[in-house]
Design a protein. Structure first.
Length: 155
C-alpha cells in the first residue's frame, strides 16, 4: 500500500531530511561567516515562571563570550501559492521559546527564502507583516537563499 505523501516536499526523501539539511547549511554559514561553533539540538532550560524544562533549540552555544540560540525553518509557500498557516504556527511557537530564553542569548530565527510571485514577497516578509507583534524585540530574522547560499537579515 502506498503511503500518503500529499504533504511531502517534492524531490525529498522526507520533510525531516529537508529540515536537517537546512540546519547543516545554517550551521556552516555561521561557522564560516561569524566563526561560530554551534551545537545541534542545543539544550537550554526555559520556563515562564519558576518551573523550567529543557528545550532543544536547533543550534546554539553557551560560551562565556557568546551565547546564541538558532531556530531553523525550511518551510515554503504551498504548491498553490497559499499561506502555509499550520507551518507559521510553528514559527510562532519558536518565538515563544525565544521569549522564554534568557535575555543574554542572541536569538536568531533562520528561515528558507521562498518567494511568492502572486504576493510579490517572501514567506519571511509575509511573516513579518502579519506576525510582527509576536516577535520578541531581541530576535533576529534571517532569510537564507538555498540556491545562492546567501543569507539576508530582515530584522
Amino acid at each position: 500500500m502506498e503511503k500518503n505523501l500529499r504533504f511531502q516536499r517534492k524531490n525529498a526523501s522526507s520533510n525531516a531530511s529537508v529540515g536537517r539539511e537546512f540546519e547543516v547549511w545554517a550551521e556552516q554559514y555561521f561557522a564560516q561567516a561569524e566563526g561560530l561553533d554551534l551545537t545541534r539540538n542545543f539544550k537550554l532550560s526555559i520556563g515562564a515562571g519558576e518551573v523550567k524544562k529543557e528545550h532543544n533549540f536547533d543550534l546554539g552555544c553557551d560560551y562565556d563570550t557568546k551565547k546564541i540560540l538558532v531556530e531553523c525553518k525550511s518551510h515554503t509557500w504551498t504548491d498553490s501559492g497559499k499561506v502555509p498557516s499550520a507551518k507559521l504556527t510553528v514559527w510562532n511557537e519558536a518565538m515563544f521559546y525565544f521569549l522564554l530564553a534568557p535575555s543574554e542569548y542572541r536569538k536568531i530565527m533562520f528561515v528558507q527564502k521562498d518567494f511568492n510571485s502572486k504576493l510579490k514577497k517572501t514567506l519571511a516578509q509575509y511573516y513579518l507583516q502579519r506576525y510582527s507583534h509576536l516577535i520578541p524585540e531581541d530576535v533576529e530574522l534571517w532569510e537564507y537563499d538555498v540556491v545562492s547560499h546567501k543569507p539576508t537579515r530582515l530584522r
